[in-house]
Design a protein around this ligand. Structure first.
Ligand code: ZN
Length: 95
């Protein structure tokens, strides 16, 4: 399965509204951040959702054999809009 461009795949993803770190509820129009991993069978899977204050813009320690991204988005009606990828750790990076 060819890896889909992550920003395109994550755009419009349905999400909960609670920050995974501080438990703050997000409202429509709020800045949010996310962490996603590529799985060959399901595609990009959103594993973490953060509020604008808790999100990280870089991947500090990537998983060796996984393709991972972090990014920013606008929380909009329980979906992610305006998705922008800020860092990516590809398997071949060996980080
Ligand atoms: Zn938070």
């Amino acid at each position: 399965m060819t890896v889909v461009e992550p920003a395109k795949a994550i755009q419009g993803t349905r999400v909960g509204r609670i920050c995974d770190r501080c438990n703050r509820g997000l409202c429509t129009g709020d800045a949010s951040c996310f962490y996603a991993t590529w799985y060959a069978d399901t595609g990009w899977y959103l594993r973490r959702l953060y509020c604008g204050d808790c999100g990280e813009s870089t991947i500090e320690s990537g998983t060796a054999d996984a393709d991972e991204v972090v990014g920013e988005a606008v929380f909009w009606n329980h979906q992610l809009a305006g998705v922008r990828i800020t860092d990516r750790s590809r398997p071949e990076d060996g980080e």
